[in-house]
Ligand binder design. Structure first.
Ligand code: NDP
Length: 476
């Protein structure tokens, strides 16, 4: 046995992860169901490091030092279970199976429990950054036991992205914690992209500007608080011209956003935990809406396109308003995402370090941004922060942005430009800070039709009003 770690599943992600491991000096056992992929990896990249190829799973397992660490990088779902079932009889107590695929955290919890029963460690690990990240340094979110991290940590921290000498990898928590955090990361990515798309739409409508002009605005924004990978590539995509037609690229792309499902998982989990992640939910629904071409055509026929002619008077002011509204809405989306992680951590006893989580998203992954340092600082200063919104830096940014935010959302509503994430984020902010919410009326209605009872502001206890009788109040 000569390999320190193994990778089975050598499609684009597994292949690049194996190359990353080898380039960092680890001896890597490699295996794939169809041996052609294994052969081509070694033929094309064998000179990058020490690969130990096997064509059978048994030989692959036998080539690993003990305790063995096997990374499974195959299609998520049933294929992952099939590979685990094949691996288990070949492994021995204390060995580690790492699932780096995009598994649902509930599946990871189930698999972890089953493998624990065999004396094996199962480590569901979120890997972000796509194929480039896998090769050059991803953000890595491992769950599983603390014991398994003793073996995996030094390896993963070496191959992960590094920001200011700090690896974008840390042990998130037991069983499904890693895949849970990866799921919320993807949900936040949905919200971030929707907010950017709304900002672009507003700028385009309000300024009657070309995509190339708007690219310049995003480029400028990337020099400030909004600095991030997504803002940077927004400028790149908006500036791109379609070679076939000579039109802006963004105008020849069908306007129906697709999704692989992690946004939906995030929203479903938040509903279960009772956490209002309105930014992520609006973003997920906005993608669904864009795909309903028939309904969109029917509504357009019935009402016409909403777009009133809209030309803002003060260009500079408007651009700054949109920037501030984007930053404020983004802060809301991240605050909600971190609330969701905290709720998951409490529900499943994961003890996740929120500031530490922000740290490992600073590099390698899609939502990497300057902003994440602020999140880490906020949670490091006050781990029990009720919401990120009230941490000093965030409170300042949101507070300073409120007038802009209101102008943008009101202008958009008047002009008929849809801004679901901008406007629902503002509504969330106003609801959170309100002295009184109309939830009191909802409680009254529930008591009226269903005798569901209510609490009073002035006395302890549960009460019910005899609505159909003399309307006296009884203690329930
Ligand atoms: P795919 O999801 O396309 O999966 C292909 C791989 O799965 C091949 O190696 C294939 O083997 C193997 N496989 C499929 N079914 C079985 C089976 N029943 N038994 C054994 N092996 C099987 O590969 P990717 O590299 O794109 O992704 C791998 C994982 O990483 C997925 O879970 C994905 O969700 C996740 N991921 C992907 C990212 C990306 O950007 N693509 C980013 C982050 C995570 P064979 O060659 O024999 O067909």
């Amino acid at each position: 046995a000569t390999a320190q770690i193994g990778v089975t599943g050598l499609a684009v992600m597994g292949r690049n992860l194996a190359r990353n491991l080898a380039r960092n000096g680890f001896a890597v056992a490699v295996h794939n169901r169809s041996p052609e992929r294994t052969r081509s990896l070694v033929a094309e990249h064998g000179d990058e490091g020490a690969f130990v190829p096997s064509e059978s799973l048994a030989d692959f397992v036998a080539s690993l030092e003990r305790p063995r660490a096997v990374i499974v990088m195959v299609k998520a779902g049933a294929p992952t279970d099939a590979v685990i079932d094949e691996l288990v009889p070949l492994l021995e107590e204390g060995d580690i199976v790492v699932d780096c695929g995009n598994a649902h955290f509930a599946d990871t919890r189930r698999r972890e429990e089953a493998l624990r029963g065999h004396g094996l460690h199962f480590v569901g690990t979120g890997v972000s950054g796509g194929e480039e990240g896998a090769l050059r340094g991803p953000s890595i979110m491992p769950g599983g036991s603390a014991e398994s991290y003793q073996k995996l940590g030094p390896i993963f921290e070496k191959i992960a992205a590094q920001v200011e000498g700090v690896p974008c990898c840390r042990h998130i928590g037991p069983d499904g914690a890693g895949h849970f955090v990866k799921m919320v990361h993807n949900g936040i990515e949905y919200a971030d992209m929707q907010l950017i798309a709304e900002a672009y739409d507003l700028l385009r409508a309000g300024l009657s500007a070309s995509p190339a002009e708007i690219a310049e605005i995003f480029r400028e924004w990337n020099g400030g608080e909004l600095e991030s990978f997504l803002i940077e590539i927004t400028a790149d995509v908006l500036a791109h011209t379609d070679a076939a037609t000579g039109k802006p690229f963004v105008d020849v792309v069908l306007d129906q956003a697709e999704q692989k499902g992690t946004g939906r998982w995030t929203v479903q989990s938040a509903l279960d935990l009772g956490i209002p992640i309105t930014g992520i939910a609006e973003a997920t629904f906005a993608r669904s809406l864009s795909g309903h071409a028939d309904q969109r055509a029917a509504a357009r026929r019935a009402f016409g396109d909403a777009g009133e002619k809209w030309q803002v008077e003060e260009r500079e002011t408007f651009v700054e308003d949109v920037r501030r509204a984007l930053l404020a809405s983004k802060i809301i989306a991240y605050a909600q995402g971190f609330d969701h992680i905290r709720a998951g951590s409490r529900e499943y006893d994961w003890d996740i370090d929120l500031g530490g989580t922000a740290t490992i998203w600073r590099g390698g992954c899609i939502i990497r941004a300057r902003f994440l340092d602020r999140i880490r600082e906020a949670y490091d200063a006050e781990p029990e922060l009720p919401t990120l919104l009230v941490a000093p830096w965030f409170a300042d940014q949101v507070g300073a942005g409120v007038p802009s935010w209101r102008r943008v959302v009101a202008d958009a509503a008047r002009a008929g430009v849809p801004t679901p994430a901008f406007s629902s984020s503002l509504a969330y902010f106003d609801a959170l800070r309100a002295e009184r919410l109309p939830a009191a009326l909802i409680q009254g209605l529930r008591d009226n039709f269903g005798a569901h009872t209510y609490h009073r502001v002035d006395r302890e206890g549960s009460f019910h009003t005899l609505w159909a009788g003399d309307r006296s109040e009884a203690e329930a």
